[in-house]
Design a protein around this ligand. Structure first.
Ligand SMILES: NC(=O)c1ccc[n+]([C@@H]2O[C@H](COP(=O)([O-])OP(=O)(O)OC[C@H]3O[C@@H](n4cnc5c(N)ncnc54)[C@H](O)[C@@H]3O)[C@@H](O)[C@H]2O)c1
Length: 358
């Protein structure tokens, strides 16, 4: 007879109790995964995607992705603790993440939902099965925060967020928590009512002046950092409206015209191999369609975080960052929340089996 197997189940409420809304914690977990990515201490297979059309159908019909990952850290324990203030991971996980664009309007449900499984590294049995809808949103904002920390011009004061929904909120939280100098943030989406609600909800959550932009142009002019988190189906970004030294973080897919990448001083991805594999991100379409050579992609942000590659070249350089979203971020942030939950006795221990049936 085999032994019984149990795992820790964490609902989203449990994740919140365990610190899932703590952006400073999410920033540390996400900087850890960028750092270990830069060191090569990870395994990140290409994401399988179920699509019911071409790559643009993700914005209309939806998709289901699965994001397996292993993240190490033992060899860099002291460096991680000294540089970021967090320990190693040394385990694997997988995020299951469907996206259905009509969910918010039709069902009052989020566009994306996610579940993470974290395995026991010794037995590879599940040790946690948890909501990752929150984890995924927080790590996405934190990835932009880490990008801003390493790439934004010194003294950056102004942030613009496009998109006034879940990922827009975490972009604001991520960058405002990562850059102490941010004084003013603008938010814009075509739905003025949503923007108003966003400003009302978020103004007490960040220590910056938060305002609704009046147009795409108003939003882009004067911004030091721009984050896109939209379901736009055609481009609205106009680099001619930008000030010198902008850091542009393209978290969504169709916001910037691919030809605009010709005007960037430096372009980074989170994982260029994954960006190419996915085939929908603007930096890949700019290469594929001949607007820039592949050599214009300077590398992955993790290489800047470890110091292997230089980041910003000067205060006037325009920098473009294209995060495809890495499963190692989800694993790192889910592991942070899981460890905290375990330490505090949060969540429910559930049986996978009491006695094995065969
Ligand atoms: N790269 C990553 O790691 C990563 C991770 C998570 C989400 N995302 C992307 O972030 C985006 C936003 O996710 P969400 O869950 O907040 O989506 P959502 O559907 O909840 O919200 C979409 C937002 O986009 C706005 N919008 C739609 N069309 C627009 C336009 N033309 N111009 C400006 N704003 C427009 C809507 O008003 C809304 O505020 C999606 O594209 C998603 O794929 C990327």
């Amino acid at each position: 007879m085999y032994n019984k197997v149990e795992f820790l189940y964490l609902s989203q409420d449990d994740c919140v109790k365990a610190g899932g809304l703590d952006m400073k914690g999410a920033l540390k977990a996400t900087e850890r995964s960028f750092f270990l990515h830069g060191k090569g201490d990870f395994i990140l297979p290409p994401k399988p995607v179920i699509r019911w059309g071409g790559e643009d159908s993700e914005e209309t019909i939806g998709r289901i992705m699965s994001m397996p990952a292993w993240l190490g850290g033992s060899a860099y324990k002291d460096e991680l603790e000294a540089k970021i203030g967090i320990g190693p991971v040394n385990t694997s996980g997988i995020k299951f993440i469907p996206s259905k664009p009509w969910n918010p309007a039709k069902y009052n449900l989020p566009r994306a939902n996610a579940i993470e499984i974290i395995v026991d590294p010794e037995t590879l049995m599940p040790q946690a099965i948890m909501d990752a809808t929150l984890v995924s949103a927080m790590r996405t904002g934190a990835a932009s925060g880490v990008a801003a920390k390493y790439l934004a011009k010194p003294g950056a004061k102004t942030l613009t967020v496009f998109g006034s929904s879940v990922i827009g909120k975490t972009q604001l939280l991520g960058v405002a928590n990562a850059l102490a100098g941010i004084e003013r943030a603008k938010v814009y989406s075509p739905n003025a009512e949503h923007v108003k609600a966003f400003v009302e909800e978020m103004k007490g959550k960040v220590d910056v002046e938060l305002v609704a932009a009046t147009s795409y142009e108003d939003a882009q002019r004067g911004a030091d950092v721009i984050c896109t988190a939209t379901m736009a189906k055609s481009p609205y970004i106009v680099p001619e409206w930008w000030d010198e030294g902008v850091t542009h973080i393209e978290t969504s897919f169709w916001d910037t015209p691919p030809e605009a990448l010709k005007y960037m001083g430096k372009i980074f991805a989170d994982d260029w191999g994954q960006v190419k594999h996915h085939g929908a991100d603007v930096s890949w379409r700019a290469v594929r369609d001949g607007f820039i050579p592949e050599t214009a992609i300077c590398g992955n942000l993790g290489q800047v975080v470890t110091g292997e590659l230089p980041g910003r070249g000067g205060s006037k350089e325009k920098i473009f960052f294209n995060p495809i979203g890495m499963g190692i971020h989800d694993l790192s942030e889910a592991f942070r929340v899981f460890e905290s939950a375990k330490a505090q006795g949060i969540g429910r221990v559930l049986p996978l089996w009491d006695s094995y049936a065969l």
